[in-house]
Design a protein around this ligand. Sequence first.
Ligand code: SF4
Length: 288
Amino acid sequence: MEALRYETLQNGVLRCQVCPHYCVIPKGSSGICKIRYNNNGKLLVRNYGRVITTHIDPIEKKPIYHYLKGTKTYSFACMGCNMRCPWCQNYQISQITDATQFDKGIAYQPMDHIKMVKKYALPSIAYTYTEPTMYIEYALDVMRLAHEHDIKNIWVSNGFISEESREKLIPFVDAANIDYKGDESVYREFSLGHEDHILSTMKAFKDAGIHLEVTTLLIPGINTSHEMINHMIDQLIKYTGKETIWHISRFYPAYKEQDRDITPYEILEYAKETALDKGLKHVYLGNI
Ligand code: SF4
Protein backbone atom coordinates (compact mmCIF):
# COMPACT_ATOMS: atom_id res chain seq x y z
CA MET A 1 0.00 0.00 0.00
CA GLU A 2 1.26 3.48 -0.90
CA ALA A 3 1.62 6.11 1.86
CA LEU A 4 -1.13 8.70 2.22
CA ARG A 5 0.98 11.73 1.24
CA TYR A 6 4.54 12.30 0.12
CA GLU A 7 6.52 14.24 -2.43
CA THR A 8 9.38 13.21 -4.69
CA LEU A 9 12.62 15.14 -4.36
CA GLN A 10 15.75 14.61 -6.50
CA ASN A 11 17.22 11.18 -7.32
CA GLY A 12 14.23 9.21 -6.05
CA VAL A 13 14.49 10.68 -2.54
CA LEU A 14 11.03 11.10 -0.96
CA ARG A 15 9.63 13.39 1.72
CA CYS A 16 6.83 11.80 3.73
CA GLN A 17 4.00 14.20 4.65
CA VAL A 18 2.00 11.94 6.94
CA CYS A 19 3.26 13.39 10.22
CA PRO A 20 5.20 16.52 11.22
CA HIS A 21 8.55 14.73 11.21
CA TYR A 22 8.39 15.14 7.40
CA CYS A 23 11.11 12.50 7.01
CA VAL A 24 13.35 12.76 3.96
CA ILE A 25 13.85 9.15 2.88
CA PRO A 26 16.44 7.94 0.35
CA LYS A 27 15.81 4.80 -1.73
CA GLY A 28 15.90 1.65 0.40
CA SER A 29 15.46 3.54 3.71
CA SER A 30 12.62 4.04 6.16
CA GLY A 31 11.32 7.07 8.04
CA ILE A 32 11.60 7.56 11.82
CA CYS A 33 8.52 5.38 12.37
CA LYS A 34 10.07 2.47 10.42
CA ILE A 35 6.62 1.96 8.89
CA ARG A 36 6.91 4.02 5.70
CA TYR A 37 9.82 3.16 3.41
CA ASN A 38 11.16 4.21 0.05
CA ASN A 39 10.74 1.29 -2.32
CA ASN A 40 12.54 2.42 -5.44
CA GLY A 41 10.92 5.87 -5.53
CA LYS A 42 7.53 4.89 -4.08
CA LEU A 43 6.66 5.44 -0.41
CA LEU A 44 5.06 2.24 0.88
CA VAL A 45 3.46 1.31 4.22
CA ARG A 46 4.51 -1.82 6.12
CA ASN A 47 1.60 -2.15 8.54
CA TYR A 48 -1.44 -1.79 6.23
CA GLY A 49 -4.10 -4.29 7.38
CA ARG A 50 -1.74 -6.00 9.85
CA VAL A 51 -3.83 -5.85 12.99
CA ILE A 52 -1.90 -6.40 16.21
CA THR A 53 -4.80 -6.29 18.67
CA THR A 54 -8.60 -6.03 18.85
CA HIS A 55 -10.80 -5.60 21.92
CA ILE A 56 -14.25 -4.53 23.00
CA ASP A 57 -13.86 -1.92 25.74
CA PRO A 58 -16.16 0.39 27.68
CA ILE A 59 -15.88 3.77 25.94
CA GLU A 60 -14.87 5.29 29.30
CA LYS A 61 -11.62 3.32 29.05
CA LYS A 62 -10.41 5.36 26.03
CA PRO A 63 -11.07 7.66 28.05
CA ILE A 64 -14.21 9.25 26.56
CA TYR A 65 -16.72 10.31 29.24
CA HIS A 66 -19.12 12.66 27.47
CA TYR A 67 -19.93 10.83 24.22
CA LEU A 68 -21.92 7.61 23.73
CA LYS A 69 -21.84 7.29 27.53
CA GLY A 70 -22.20 3.79 28.93
CA THR A 71 -21.59 2.05 25.59
CA LYS A 72 -18.84 -0.29 24.51
CA THR A 73 -16.52 0.37 21.59
CA TYR A 74 -14.76 -2.02 19.20
CA SER A 75 -11.08 -1.10 19.42
CA PHE A 76 -8.13 -2.15 17.29
CA ALA A 77 -4.54 -1.21 16.45
CA CYS A 78 -1.76 -1.81 13.97
CA MET A 79 1.83 -1.42 15.18
CA GLY A 80 3.77 1.79 15.47
CA CYS A 81 4.26 5.26 16.89
CA ASN A 82 5.98 8.47 15.80
CA MET A 83 6.95 9.30 19.39
CA ARG A 84 9.42 7.63 21.76
CA CYS A 85 8.05 8.22 25.27
CA PRO A 86 10.10 6.19 27.78
CA TRP A 87 6.99 5.68 29.96
CA CYS A 88 4.86 4.13 27.18
CA GLN A 89 2.42 1.54 28.57
CA ASN A 90 1.99 -0.15 25.19
CA TYR A 91 5.61 -0.11 24.05
CA GLN A 92 5.51 -3.76 22.91
CA ILE A 93 3.13 -2.78 20.10
CA SER A 94 4.00 0.90 19.64
CA GLN A 95 7.80 0.80 19.40
CA ILE A 96 9.26 -0.88 16.32
CA THR A 97 12.71 -2.32 16.86
CA ASP A 98 12.86 -4.45 13.71
CA ALA A 99 10.70 -5.05 10.65
CA THR A 100 9.91 -8.68 11.56
CA GLN A 101 7.54 -7.32 14.23
CA PHE A 102 5.05 -6.60 11.45
CA ASP A 103 4.74 -10.34 10.85
CA LYS A 104 2.91 -10.64 14.18
CA GLY A 105 -0.04 -8.66 12.81
CA ILE A 106 -3.06 -10.61 11.56
CA ALA A 107 -4.44 -9.71 8.13
CA TYR A 108 -7.87 -8.06 8.37
CA GLN A 109 -9.82 -6.55 5.50
CA PRO A 110 -11.47 -3.23 6.47
CA MET A 111 -14.88 -4.90 6.18
CA ASP A 112 -13.85 -7.53 8.77
CA HIS A 113 -13.96 -4.83 11.47
CA ILE A 114 -17.41 -3.67 10.38
CA LYS A 115 -18.68 -7.25 10.58
CA MET A 116 -17.41 -7.52 14.17
CA VAL A 117 -19.06 -4.23 15.13
CA LYS A 118 -22.36 -5.41 13.61
CA LYS A 119 -22.09 -8.82 15.23
CA TYR A 120 -21.89 -7.25 18.71
CA ALA A 121 -24.27 -4.37 17.86
CA LEU A 122 -21.75 -1.71 18.91
CA PRO A 123 -22.11 2.00 18.06
CA SER A 124 -18.45 2.86 17.49
CA ILE A 125 -14.91 1.89 16.51
CA ALA A 126 -11.90 3.24 18.41
CA TYR A 127 -8.51 3.62 16.69
CA THR A 128 -6.31 3.29 19.74
CA TYR A 129 -3.58 1.51 21.80
CA THR A 130 -0.76 2.59 19.43
CA GLU A 131 -0.64 5.82 17.37
CA PRO A 132 -3.38 5.59 14.71
CA THR A 133 -1.67 8.17 12.48
CA MET A 134 0.90 5.42 11.91
CA TYR A 135 -1.79 3.33 10.19
CA ILE A 136 -3.85 6.21 8.79
CA GLU A 137 -4.07 4.70 5.29
CA TYR A 138 -5.81 1.63 6.72
CA ALA A 139 -7.76 3.55 9.37
CA LEU A 140 -9.29 5.80 6.69
CA ASP A 141 -10.47 2.77 4.73
CA VAL A 142 -12.16 1.41 7.87
CA MET A 143 -13.53 4.84 8.84
CA ARG A 144 -15.18 5.39 5.45
CA LEU A 145 -16.91 2.03 5.72
CA ALA A 146 -17.90 2.75 9.32
CA HIS A 147 -19.73 5.93 8.31
CA GLU A 148 -21.47 4.09 5.47
CA HIS A 149 -22.77 1.67 8.13
CA ASP A 150 -23.74 4.39 10.60
CA ILE A 151 -20.91 3.58 13.02
CA LYS A 152 -19.03 6.38 14.82
CA ASN A 153 -15.23 6.73 14.72
CA ILE A 154 -13.20 7.53 17.84
CA TRP A 155 -9.60 8.69 17.32
CA VAL A 156 -7.29 8.16 20.34
CA SER A 157 -4.00 9.79 19.46
CA ASN A 158 -0.89 11.71 20.47
CA GLY A 159 -2.05 14.48 18.09
CA PHE A 160 1.25 14.56 16.18
CA ILE A 161 -0.19 14.51 12.67
CA SER A 162 0.60 16.75 9.70
CA GLU A 163 -1.89 19.36 8.53
CA GLU A 164 -2.17 17.51 5.21
CA SER A 165 -3.15 14.22 6.91
CA ARG A 166 -5.42 16.04 9.35
CA GLU A 167 -7.47 17.51 6.53
CA LYS A 168 -8.13 14.04 5.13
CA LEU A 169 -8.90 12.60 8.55
CA ILE A 170 -11.22 15.20 10.07
CA PRO A 171 -14.35 14.42 8.00
CA PHE A 172 -14.35 10.87 9.38
CA VAL A 173 -13.68 11.53 13.09
CA ASP A 174 -16.68 11.81 15.41
CA ALA A 175 -14.89 11.92 18.76
CA ALA A 176 -11.27 12.10 19.83
CA ASN A 177 -9.07 11.81 22.86
CA ILE A 178 -5.73 13.58 22.39
CA ASP A 179 -2.78 13.04 24.70
CA TYR A 180 -1.20 16.27 25.95
CA LYS A 181 2.15 15.65 27.63
CA GLY A 182 3.49 19.03 28.65
CA ASP A 183 5.32 22.04 27.32
CA GLU A 184 7.80 21.98 24.43
CA SER A 185 10.65 20.82 26.71
CA VAL A 186 8.79 17.58 27.52
CA TYR A 187 8.21 16.82 23.83
CA ARG A 188 11.76 17.76 22.88
CA GLU A 189 13.53 15.89 25.68
CA PHE A 190 11.44 12.76 25.96
CA SER A 191 8.82 12.21 23.29
CA LEU A 192 10.07 13.33 19.88
CA GLY A 193 7.25 15.70 19.01
CA HIS A 194 6.28 19.37 19.32
CA GLU A 195 3.73 20.94 21.61
CA ASP A 196 2.42 23.43 19.03
CA HIS A 197 1.41 20.62 16.66
CA ILE A 198 -0.52 18.85 19.40
CA LEU A 199 -2.34 22.02 20.41
CA SER A 200 -3.18 22.89 16.81
CA THR A 201 -4.56 19.37 16.24
CA MET A 202 -6.83 19.79 19.25
CA LYS A 203 -7.97 23.18 17.98
CA ALA A 204 -8.59 21.88 14.45
CA PHE A 205 -10.68 18.99 15.81
CA LYS A 206 -12.65 21.32 18.07
CA ASP A 207 -13.23 23.85 15.27
CA ALA A 208 -14.48 21.03 13.03
CA GLY A 209 -17.11 20.10 15.63
CA ILE A 210 -15.46 16.85 16.70
CA HIS A 211 -16.19 15.83 20.29
CA LEU A 212 -12.83 16.36 22.04
CA GLU A 213 -11.43 15.02 25.29
CA VAL A 214 -7.80 15.41 26.39
CA THR A 215 -5.62 13.21 28.60
CA THR A 216 -2.47 14.13 30.50
CA LEU A 217 -0.36 11.55 32.31
CA LEU A 218 1.28 13.43 35.19
CA ILE A 219 4.76 11.97 35.66
CA PRO A 220 6.79 13.03 38.72
CA GLY A 221 9.81 15.11 37.78
CA ILE A 222 8.73 15.44 34.14
CA ASN A 223 5.52 17.45 33.98
CA THR A 224 4.41 17.91 37.59
CA SER A 225 5.83 21.32 38.55
CA HIS A 226 3.17 23.92 39.40
CA GLU A 227 4.53 26.03 36.56
CA MET A 228 4.09 23.18 34.05
CA ILE A 229 0.60 22.29 35.27
CA ASN A 230 -0.50 25.93 35.04
CA HIS A 231 1.01 26.20 31.57
CA MET A 232 -0.93 23.16 30.33
CA ILE A 233 -4.22 24.40 31.75
CA ASP A 234 -3.70 27.86 30.21
CA GLN A 235 -2.88 26.34 26.81
CA LEU A 236 -5.84 23.98 26.92
CA ILE A 237 -8.20 26.87 27.64
CA LYS A 238 -6.56 29.07 25.00
CA TYR A 239 -6.70 26.49 22.22
CA THR A 240 -9.82 24.50 23.02
CA GLY A 241 -11.92 26.51 25.52
CA LYS A 242 -13.29 25.89 28.99
CA GLU A 243 -15.74 23.17 27.93
CA THR A 244 -12.89 20.81 27.05
CA ILE A 245 -12.90 17.61 29.06
CA TRP A 246 -9.53 17.01 30.74
CA HIS A 247 -8.48 13.63 32.13
CA ILE A 248 -5.55 13.77 34.54
CA SER A 249 -3.98 10.36 34.78
CA ARG A 250 -1.74 8.91 37.49
CA PHE A 251 1.66 7.51 36.48
CA TYR A 252 2.84 4.03 37.51
CA PRO A 253 6.31 2.73 36.59
CA ALA A 254 6.40 1.39 33.01
CA TYR A 255 8.79 0.56 30.16
CA LYS A 256 12.07 2.52 30.70
CA GLU A 257 10.73 4.43 33.70
CA GLN A 258 10.70 1.63 36.25
CA ASP A 259 12.48 3.63 38.97
CA ARG A 260 10.28 6.69 38.86
CA ASP A 261 7.77 7.23 41.70
CA ILE A 262 4.01 6.86 41.35
CA THR A 263 2.41 10.32 41.03
CA PRO A 264 1.64 11.62 44.55
CA TYR A 265 -2.09 12.11 45.05
CA GLU A 266 -1.56 15.75 46.15
CA ILE A 267 -0.17 16.61 42.69
CA LEU A 268 -3.22 15.11 40.98
CA GLU A 269 -5.50 17.05 43.32
CA TYR A 270 -3.52 20.26 42.74
CA ALA A 271 -3.90 19.89 38.96
CA LYS A 272 -7.63 19.22 39.24
CA GLU A 273 -8.32 22.09 41.65
CA THR A 274 -6.21 24.54 39.62
CA ALA A 275 -7.97 23.57 36.38
CA LEU A 276 -11.39 24.03 38.00
CA ASP A 277 -10.33 27.38 39.51
CA LYS A 278 -9.17 28.58 36.09
CA GLY A 279 -12.56 27.70 34.61
CA LEU A 280 -12.21 24.26 32.99
CA LYS A 281 -15.61 22.69 33.53
CA HIS A 282 -14.94 18.98 33.26
CA VAL A 283 -11.82 17.61 34.98
CA TYR A 284 -11.39 13.97 35.98
CA LEU A 285 -8.71 12.03 37.80
CA GLY A 286 -7.94 8.64 36.28
CA ASN A 287 -5.82 5.55 36.95
CA ILE A 288 -5.96 6.11 40.73
S1 SF4 B 1 4.85 8.95 9.15
FE1 SF4 B 1 6.10 10.50 10.14
S2 SF4 B 1 7.79 9.33 11.04
FE2 SF4 B 1 6.84 7.98 9.51
S3 SF4 B 1 8.00 8.34 7.64
FE3 SF4 B 1 6.25 9.71 7.59
S4 SF4 B 1 7.01 11.64 8.44
FE4 SF4 B 1 8.47 10.03 9.03
